[in-house]
Design a protein around this ligand. Structure first.
Ligand SMILES: [Zn+2]
Length: 48
């Protein structure tokens, strides 16, 4: 799973990724950047 890390300002591998549902009902992946450990989200946009 890849996501965008705001700290690295680049795409990065996401570790400990889990699917979450945000308050607005959208699905997202929540995880940590494998490089710096910053929490990162990836918006999935659509529900499966
Ligand atoms: Zn990072």
């Amino acid at each position: 799973m890849e996501g965008y890390c705001v700290k690295c300002k680049a795409k990065s591998e996401m570790v400990d990724a889990e699917e979450v549902t945000m308050k607005n009902g959208r699905a997202a992946m929540k995880g940590k950047c494998s490089k710096c450990g910053t929490g990162m989200y990836k918006i999935l946009g659509m529900k499966k």
